[in-house]
Each structure stands twice: as structure tokens, then as C-alpha cells.
Design a protein around this ligand. Structure first.
Ligand code: DCT
Ligand code: MG
Length: 514
């Protein structure tokens, strides 16, 4: 979760004060200093102006509260050019002929592009008021819901990491998590689905009109959107972030090995801080939880792509000493293009059937010798007993796997590092980082299904299974696809094959960030 976004949902000051705050006090980094905006309140209203200013600042725009000489672009809504000029004349400003007088459409296009865009004629203020006192229409090409119908299934939407609606989706995710902590499955899923829909939109929602026709947005969800548009924050989110149970669960579930059940138990017992848990010797901790607490700081530090790739290389090195033709693939969020993750998901397979069976035990044996493992847990394959595909949508799969904590030694890949730096590094007591890894061993004939399942996102996977079931009368899991009408399993050697079996357009991994 982006700290800037989270903090903006909390009422740090009263609304009035926020409005008066100058951009120089704003907590957002200015990325485009050559453009200085001023948004006119006239005919727009104070709360909408506050919302738009906040949105722009989040995107790195410099936006002044007052009309100053530094301003280069004036943005207005529902005002004609002459109305704005008349208003400017009442201000003690130098030469205002240099100012770009623009319609709100230029601003919303900039928000979509994430940067200042070239001014076109359609963006300039016209002589006549643009559209009475009602809200001005969004540029047509940007309102996707008006042009194409957006599917209720994430597997029929392309969702990249470019999220134009973070202010809403962050709020939804907090509310979903809170429902999950309170074992309230329905609304939890509803908020997750809604977040996923908004993540796929190619524009930022700035008014309620923009959500018209979108799927998966019930009344409670629309209420949250409306409040954020009006006030810049959701009072429900503010309440959740201040809620003791939510705060405790957030902390407890961030410990490796602690799930909802344990969190509930510990919360009821009054354990609200890590110190309490560590200090209480009567608590029976699993080996996983003990490791989770011991390496807590490392494990909550995000894993970078470079770290994931470094571990992937170590895995390849080790695996290839036993199985030179094995395939090792980095899956999970990193395969979807994420720069950071909470763990490293690695899949291992071998084209020669059955050869993959011993590889996991061999890797672990080797790593123990090399002191590369802090913790590991081997879960043996249950493929032989399994009835495939599973009916349980969120069920664990049957592959042999290991949930482990890898000891990644800080590598000196960069030869240009100064000696001084290397000396100070040597003096550091700890020259490694604990990193969570999942190793999954997949038989070759199930590899396409395993890869699709372990690439995620979780919401994408849920919708893929729901789509298969409800729209195609098929059952999908990480091992197979079963056609209930024909009574047969459908073979696939690539992810493309699976999409084709389901009658879906192929989505690249980076389009599955639902
Ligand atoms: N997955 C699965 N079965 C599990 C666990 C995960 O099929 N028991 C799938 C869903 C997503 C993918 O594997 C990776 O899971 P995570 O690591 O939890 O998600 P991520 O998208 O990689 O997120 P992060 O970047 O935080 O690691
Ligand atoms: Mg992951």
C-alpha cells in the first residue's frame, strides 16, 4: 500500500484547512515543475475542486491554491472564456495574456496520461459557456463504459499495473480486508471485485456519471465512490483504519505463519503487539511462526525484482546440477511485471516425465549444506489421491511444494562499488536478507495449468474459474480443465491453449493485474 495514498484517506486536518494549504506544503512530490496549475472554484464548487487538486498533486502536478504570478495554466469548468477573463481582471495579477485558459477536459486527459499533455484546440476555453450548470461530459473516447461494455469477469478485461483509480481501489481494498478480518465473505468479495473493475478502467473517475454502466458496483460501493469524489476520502475507511481489531489483525497477519484463525485467537487473548507475543513463553508457536517473528523486519520489507531474479538464478544453478533440462520460471506478481513483491514464486518442471520428483529434496539438501535456508517446510504432492479438477475455488493445489525462507547474501554484482563501501559492508554483522520463497514442482503435462494458476493475480484466478464454471460449464484448477458437457479433460501445452479452450482472448501476464 502506497503510504501517500493511505495517509490522504485519514483526516489529518479539517477540510477547511486542507483547502487553504499551499502546494509548497503538499506532501506529494512535484514531477512536472514547468507546468503550474490553478483550478477555478467558480461554478465547480469547493469540494470538487479540492478533489481534483488532490488528484493532480498525487500525480506529481504542481497546483497552487491561490492565483499567483507563477501560474501558467488556468483550468475551469462550466465557464466561458470571457467569464474567466472577466474574473481574471478582478485579480491583481500581472500580464495574464501568457496564461493558458483551459477547459477541465485538458486536466482529465492529463490525469489519464499521468503527465501534462499537449494542448489541443478542444481543450481551450470557448466563448460560450460550455454546458450550462450541469457537469460537463467526459471526453467521449475516455469513458470506456459508454463505448464498450465492461465484463464482470477479470479474465475478459485487460488490467495492467497502470491504475488510474488508486484513490478508490486502495479504499476498497482496506474495506475488503476489514470484512475479511470479520469473516464477512460476501461484502469482502464484492469490494475486491469492484476494485478489480476500477483497476481496468483507462480513465480516472471524477464524477458519478463515470461509473454508470460499470459491473459489480452495488449501492454501498457507489456510496464510497461518491464520498471520495466529494470529500477526497471515505469516512468508512477512516473508521476502519482507526479500528483496534483491524489494526491488530493487520499486524498479526503480517507475521509469516499467522493466518486469520491464529490472529483471531491472539486478538481475543489480548496480544496486540509483537513484543507481547515474543515475550509470552506460554504461547505455543509453530516453527513457521517462530521464524516469522525472528525475521519479521526482513520479511515485511518488499522483495525487489533484482532480488527475485538473483534467487531465481541460484535456483537454476542448483536445479541444473541435478536436472540439466529442468525449466525454472519466476511466476506470481513478478511475472505480471510488478517491481516489488512479498515473496518469490518459482515453478520447476522437467520435460522427461517423473524426473521432477526428486528435485525438491535435492535442492533443500544442497541449500542446507550451503547455509542458504533459514526455514523450510516440504509439502508432498497429493496428485495421486486428488480428484481433479477441484470444486473448491480457493483450495490449495496438489503439487509438491516448499514454503521457505531463503538467505540471500548481498551480492557485489556491481564491480564499480568503491573499496570504502566494501570495507563498511564487511563490518556489517548481517550481510544477507531473509526472503520468503515458494518452490512449486509441476509435472510437465500440467505445466501450462500450473503456470496460469501461479501467475495470478488472485482476483484474476478467481474470475477465470468462475467464468469457466458459469459461462462454459467447465472446471478449471491449477492442474486441469474439465469440460462437463463433453465429459473430457482438455489438454494444454501453453497458456494460450487454455484461453482458447475457454473461448477467451489471450491476455498477457502483465494484463492480468486484476
Ligand atoms: N496461488 C495459488 N495457490 C496458492 C497461493 C497462490 O494458486 N495457494 C497463486 C495466486 C497468485 C500466485 O499464485 C502468487 O501468489 P502470491 O505470491 O500470494 O501473489 P502475488 O501476486 O505474487 O503477490 P506478491 O507480489 O505480494 O507476492
Ligand atoms: Mg508472490
Amino acid at each position: 500500500m502506497d503510504m501517500l495514498r493511505t495517509s490522504s484517506l485519514v483526516p489529518l486536518r479539517k477540510k477547511q484547512k486542507v483547502i487553504q494549504e499551499s502546494h509548497s506544503l503538499s506532501k506529494h512530490e512535484i514531477k512536472f515543475s514547468e507546468v503550474v496549475l490553478f483550478i477555478m472554484e467558480r461554478k465547480m464548487g469547493r469540494s470538487r475542486r479540492t478533489f481534483l487538486m488532490d488528484l493532480g498533486r498525487r500525480k506529481g502536478f504542481r497546483i497552487e491554491n491561490e492565483l499567483r504570478d507563477s501560474v501558467t495554466h488556468v483550468v475551469a469548468e462550466n465557464n466561458s472564456c470571457s467569464e474567466v477573463l472577466a474574473w481574471l481582471q478582478t485579480k491583481t495579477l500581472g500580464d495574464f495574456s501568457r496564461l493558458h485558459l483551459l477547459n477541465i477536459s485538458w486536466f482529465t486527459d492529463c490525469m489519464e496520461a499521468g503527465k501534462p499533455i499537449k494542448i489541443e484546440n478542444k481543450h481551450r476555453l470557448t466563448q460560450r459557456p460550455c454546458c450550462g450548470s450541469g457537469p460537463s461530459p467526459r471526453p467521449q473516447q475516455t469513458n470506456a463504459s459508454a463505448v464498450v461494455k465492461i465484463s464482470q469477469y477479470a479474465c475478459q478485461r485487460r488490467t495492467t499495473l497502470q491504475n488510474y483509480n488508486g484513490i478508490f481501489t486502495d479504499a476498497f481494498e482496506i474495506l475488503a480486508e476489514n470484512y475479511e478480518f470479520n469473516a464477512n465473505k460476501g461484502p469482502c468479495l464484492a469490494f475486491r471485485r469492484a476494485a478489480s473493475v476500477l483497476k481496468s478502467l483507462p480513465f480516472t473517475i471524477v464524477r458519478m456519471n463515470d461509473v454508470q454502466g460499470l459491473p459489480c458496483l452495488g449501492d454501498e460501493i457507489k456510496g464510497v465512490i461518491e464520498e471520495i469524489i466529494e470529500d477526497g476520502k471515505s469516512s468508512k475507511v477512516v473508521d476502519v483504519l482507526n479500528d483496534e481489531k483491524y489494526k491488530s489483525f493487520k499486524l498479526l497477519t503480517s507475521i509469516f505463519g499467522v493466518g486469520l484463525k491464529t490472529s483471531e485467537k491472539w486478538f481475543e487473548m489480548g496480544f496486540q503487539t509483537l513484543e507481547y507475543i515474543k515475550a509470552d513463553k506460554s504461547l505455543k508457536l509453530t516453527k513457521m511462526q517462530t521464524a516469522g517473528l525472528l525475521y519479521y523486519e526482513d520479511l515485511i520489507t518488499p522483495v525487489s525484482k533484482a532480488e527475485a531474479e538473483a534467487i531465481s538464478l541460484v535456483v537454476k544453478d542448483t536445479v541444473w546440477t541435478f536436472l540439466p533440462d529442468a525449466l525454472v520460471t519466476l511466476a506470481g506478481g513478478f511475472r505480471r511485471g510488478k517491481k516489488m513483491g512479498h515473496d518469490v514464486d518459482l515453478l520447476i518442471t522437467c520435460p522427461r516425465p517423473g524426473e521432477e520428483r526428486k528435485v525438491l529434496h535435492n535442492i533443500i539438501k544442497q541449500w542446507k549444506k550451503q547455509d542458504l535456508l533459514i526455514y523450510y517446510d516440504i509439502i508432498e504432492s497429493t496428485l495421486d489421491e486428488a480428484e481433479l479438477p477441484s470444486r473448491r475455488v480457493d483450495a490449495f493445489d496438489h503439487f509438491q511444494k516448499s514454503f521457505a525462507i531463503f538467505k540471500l547474501y548481498k551480492q557485489r554484482l556491481d564491480a564499480s562499488i568503491s573499496e570504502e563501501y566494501q570495507e563498511s559492508d564487511k563490518m556489517e554483522a548481517k550481510n544477507w536478507k531473509a526472503i520468503r520463497i515458494d518452490l512449486v514442482i509441476i509435472p510437465f503435462d500440467q505445466y501450462a495449468y500450473g503456470l496460469l494458476g501461479w501467475t495470478g493475480s488472485r482476483q484474476f484466478e478467481r474470475d477465470l474459474r468462475r467464468y469457466a464454471n458459469h459461462e462454459k460449464r467447465m472446471m478449471l484448477d491449477n492442474h486441469a480443465l474439465y469440460d462437463k458437457t463433453k465429459g473430457i479433460f482438455l489438454k494444454a501445452i501453453s497458456e494460450e491453449d487454455i484461453f482458447a479452450h475457454l473461448g477467451l482472448e489471450y491476455l498477457e501476464p502483465w494484463e492480468r493485474n486484476a
